[in-house]
Design a protein around this ligand. Structure first.
Ligand code: UN1
Length: 477
């Protein structure tokens, strides 16, 4: 059994879950302990007790721990990537890349320990000096989704620890393997007992226990819009700080002057890689009339030729969907699209492979409009729609006509068109001639509207969430 890490001790539970491989449901990667309410509260108590020591720990100690966590993750990225592909279903290159990204995130935040930005100002009162400094918050509850099972935990845990906070971490139920491996690495690289706690378990038990505990000062959440709304209401009611990263309905605009190969690559990668299971996935492909026929034909041929299969097979380009529930949701949206009058030109079929997994062929709808449910609701699968537009004005209007605002993209060779799109796009992240998904680890990540709430994640901007500001006035004695 893989146990939870509570107060520096690996702690077993009566109840466990199986970690199922979505490429082969007969392959059980391992058994993982499910924490209960009492264990979650013990983890919060341990984090509270550890806070005084950790928040005042020597910077060199904090740097060294985060740096060596990063080094170990990077040196084991193939093995961790294999585990990730096995439990989540993204392909090996994507999974190894994600594991590497997690290592780099720890390295970046090791550096943040030392950078410590602040301000020294003179007061308007003669002789008085002012210092503006940042201090840790206390205990951070971290709740993460299954689709980036090592990178998202890393980009929340690393800054939380770097800025001197303690952590209670609840990963998604579908992907306990990467969470456990990360906790094991953090533990073995010298984090003091209680500073970092792992509590695997159900949202309505462990998640709710974290949210409702008045000792948890702040909650960082990535997941669905509906759970995000619950996190927001519970945290707001008890005055806890919170940060939410939720869905997307990200547009990718393809202009008449786009370079065709770039545009096809951007859409195939952005909409279908990681089986479309990214909140940054482009699901609305907004195509200008002049290039529409040629683009759709080429895209459909490319999609039909993608190899869908076992995530760990070297020839696979698209892995399985995470589980039966997500597959059912995808199939429901395929039906909804057809009922709405969209034309399914390729894919959308359940595929049989040598192993029993959740395989769905990449699907493309054309002849869609932006009012259809398939263009308004996040599907979170290998399904995208083409919306035909007359010009850049209409493309921008359609791109922005959504409740979400995480990422957007444009493929064009015109400097003027890209400049206008960058300015007028309402998304938090804008990509020019690049896929909407796949972000760097040293710059802010986040969106607008229903996609995100609160301070940005990643890069130095993470300090906005994981610290509070103190202004000190001094009249030298
Ligand atoms: C990426 O596109 O590289 O859940 C990261 C998600 C996002 C992460 C996307 N929070 O898909």
């Amino acid at each position: 059994m893989h146990s939870n890490l509570i107060a520096g001790t690996w702690t077993e539970s009566i109840e466990t879950i199986e970690n199922v491989n979505p490429s082969d449901v007969d392959d059980i990667q391992g058994h993982y302990a499910l924490a209960d309410l009492g264990q979650t509260q013990t983890a919060v108590s341990a984090a509270c007790e550890a806070f005084a020591g950790w928040s005042r720990s020597p910077l060199q100690q904090r740097f060294d721990i985060l740096d060596s966590i990063g080094t170990e993750i990077l040196s084991r990225k193939e093995e961790l990537g294999d585990l990730l592909a096995r439990e989540e279903g993204k392909t090996l290159p994507e999974a190894i890349g994600e594991a590497g990204r997690a290592g780099q995130i720890f390295k970046f935040f090791a550096g943040e320990v030392l950078r410590q930005k602040g301000d020294r100002l003179d007061s308007v009162r003669p002789g008085v000096e002012i210092d503006v400094t940042r201090e840790p918050l206390g205990v951070i509850g971290i709740i993460t989704p299954w689709n980036f099972p090592i990178a998202i935990p890393a980009w929340k845990i690393a800054p939380a620890l770097a800025y001197g906070n303690c952590v209670v971490f609840k990963p998604a139920m579908q992907t306990p393997g990467c969470a456990w491996a990360l906790a094991d690495i953090i533990h073995r690289n010298g984090i003091p007992a209680g500073v970092f706690n792992l509590v695997m378990g159900r949202g309505d038990e462990v998640g709710d226990a974290i949210l409702n505990d008045s000792r948890v000062t702040a909650v960082s959440f990535t997941g669905s819009v509906s759970t995000g709304a619950r996190v927001a209401s519970v945290c707001a009611a008890r005055g806890a700080k919170f940060q939410l990263e939720m869905g997307g309905k990200n547009p990718m605009v393809v202009m008449n002057d786009a370079e065709m190969t770039t545009a096809i690559n951007c859409v195939v990668n952005g909409a279908y890689y990681s089986t479309g299971q990214r909140c940054t996935a482009s699901s609305r492909i907004i195509v200008e009339s002049g290039i529409h026929e040629e683009f759709v034909d080429k895209l459909a041929v490319t999609l039909a030729n993608l190899s869908v299969g076992d995530a760990r097979d070297k020839t696979t380009q698209i892995g399985p969907v995470i589980d039966q529930r997500q597959l059912d949701q995808n199939l429901r949206y395929l039906d909804i699209g057809k009922e709405e009058g969209a034309n399914l030109v390729v894919g959308g079929e359940i595929l049989q492979r040598p192993t029993n997994g959740y395989y769905l062929s990449p699907a493309l709808f054309v002849g869609t409009n932006n009012n259809m449910r398939i263009n308004r609701e996040e599907i979170f699968g290998p399904i995208a729609s083409v919306i035909r537009v007359a010009d850049l004005d209409e493309a921008i209007a359609v791109a922005n006509d959504t409740n979400f605002g995480l990422a957007s993209g444009i493929c064009t060779q015109s400097l003027a068109s890209s400049a206008r799109f960058r300015r007028e796009s309402e998304a938090g992240m804008v990509m020019v001639n690049l896929p909407t998904a796949g972000v760097d680890y040293h710059v802010p990540f986040g969106g607008t509207k229903a996609s995100s709430y609160g301070a940005r994640e990643q890069g130095s901007y993470a300090a906005e969430f994981y610290t509070k500001v103190k202004t000190t006035y001094v009249l030298p004695g």
